[in-house]
Design a protein around this ligand. Structure first.
Ligand code: FES
Length: 336
C-alpha cells in the first residue's frame, strides 16, 4: 500500500511512491513543500511528525538538535515514509509561490561572464513564473541527474520563457564540461521549477547580502526585482572572490547600484589576490567584512554561496546581534 502523507496544518494529502522522499513526493504532487538545499543541511524542509513511521537517509542531520529530534522534528528531504504519516509543516505552503512543473527547452545562448562562469540562457516552450531567489533543476539527455541553478535575472513582467542562470565550471564535472566544451546552442533540455525558499522578505531595515562564486546569481535577481518593486531600503552587497578575475557582473551591479533609490554599496573582497597587484579594494575573507557594517543588527542578511562562506557569515551575523529570523541562507556547492 502506498503511504499517504497528511499535512495536518494545511488539510492537504499526497501519496509517496516507494523510494521517494517526502519532499520529492510533495513536489511531484505540486505541493510547495519548503526546501532549499535538499541534502539535509539547511533545515528549511523541517516538519513535525505527529503520527506514523519513517526512515531517514541521513539520521545525523546537522541542522536538527537532539532536542528537536526528540520533539518529533524531521527533514522532508531526508525522510522516507514507512507507513502513512500525519505531519505538521514548519513553513507555510502558501508562502512559496507557484508550484514547480516541468518545462521543455533548449539552450538559447552561452555567454562568458568570467574566466570560469558563463551565463546560460534557455528558450522554454512556455513562460515560467518564479520568485527571484528561487532555483530550477536542469537535465540534459545523456548526463545523469539534475543540476540545480538559481535564476539570475528578474523578468520585468513577472514571468519569462527565456530564463538565465550562472554556471561555474567544475573541473571534471560532467554537466559543466559538456556546457563549456563545445557549441551547445539549440541543445534540448528540461527544466523543473521553480524550487526553493530563498527570496527577499518584507522589512524596513537595511538589506545586507554576502555572495561568493555563482551565488551572486540569486542575489542579483532578488535585487533587480526589488528595484522593479521600488524598494527604498539601503543595500550593502559584499562579494567574495579569490582574485580580480573572479569578479563578474560588475557592470550589471554598477547599473543596479546607480538606479537604486537609496544607498547601495557594492564591496568586492578578494582572499588570495597577489599583494603586488594593482588591487586597491578590500582583501581577506568576505564574511569578516560584515563586522564593520553600520546598523548590522537592524539589517536582514542574505547569504548565498559555498557552505563554508555562508556558515562563517551566519555565525558572525548572529554573534553581532542579528536575530536568527533575519538571516537567510542559500548554501550550495558548484554543480558538476
Ligand atoms: Fe531539507 Fe535543506 S534540509 S531542503
Amino acid at each position: 500500500e502506498v503511504p499517504v502523507v497528511e499535512l495536518a496544518s494545511h488539510g492537504l494529502k499526497f501519496e509517496v511512491p516507494r523510494g521517494k522522499t517526502l519532499l520529492e513526493a510533495a513536489q511531484d504532487a505540486g505541493i510547495g513543500f519548503p526546501c532549499d538545499c535538499k541534502v539535509g543541511t539547511c533545515g528549511t524542509c523541517r516538519f513535525k511528525l505527529l503520527d506514523g513511521k519513517l526512515s531517514e537517509l541521513n539520521s545525523a542531520a546537522v541542522c536538527l538538535s537532539g532536542e528537536d529530534f526528540r520533539d518529533g522534528w524531521r527533514l522532508g528531504c531526508q525522510s522516507i515514509p514507512v507507513t502513512s504519516l500525519r505531519i505538521h509543516l514548519a513553513g507555510l505552503v502558501s508562502e512559496v509561490g507557484p508550484p514547480p512543473s516541468l518545462f521543455e527547452g533548449k539552450v538559447a545562448s552561452v555567454t562568458p561572464l568570467s574566466h570560469d562562469i558563463v551565463e546560460l540562457r534557455l528558450q522554454l516552450n512556455r513562460p515560467l513564473t518564479f520568485i527571484p531567489g528561487q532555483y530550477a533543476d536542469l537535465r540534459i539527455d545523456g548526463i545523469d541527474g539534475a543540476r540545480s541553478y538559481s535564476f539570475a535575472e528578474a523578468p520585468e513582467q513577472g514571468s519569462t520563457d527565456r530564463p538565465c542562470f550562472h554556471v561555474r565550471r567544475v573541473p571534471g564535472g560532467a554537466f559543466t564540461t559538456w556546457l563549456f566544451e563545445g557549441d551547445r546552442v539549440g541543445f534540448a533540455l528540461t527544466l523543473r521549477g521553480p524550487l526553493g525558499q530563498f527570496r527577499l522578505r518584507q522589512a524596513d531595515g537595511p538589506i545586507v547580502c554576502v555572495a561568493g562564486g555563482s551565488g551572486l546569481a540569486p542575489i542579483k535577481c532578488m535585487l533587480e526585482k526589488a528595484l522593479l518593486d521600488q524598494c527604498v531600503r539601503p543595500v550593502t552587497l559584499l562579494y567574495g572572490g579569490r582574485e580580480q578575475r573572479d569578479l563578474y557582473c560588475r557592470h550589471a551591479i554598477a547599473e543596479l547600484a546607480a538606479s537604486w533609490p537609496a544607498p547601495f554599496d557594492y564591496i568586492p573582497v578578494l582572499s588570495t589576490e597577489d599583494a603586488q597587484s594593482d588591487w586597491t579594494g578590500q582583501r581577506g575573507l568576505v564574511a569578516d567584512k560584515l563586522l564593520g557594517l553600520p546598523e548590522l543588527a537592524q539589517s536582514q542578511i542574505y547569504l548565498c554561496g559555498p557552505p563554508p562562506m555562508v556558515d562563517a557569515a551566519e555565525s558572525i551575523a548572529l554573534r553581532a546581534g542579528v536575530p536568527s529570523d533575519a538571516v537567510f541562507a542559500d548554501r550550495f556547492f558548484d554543480r558538476s
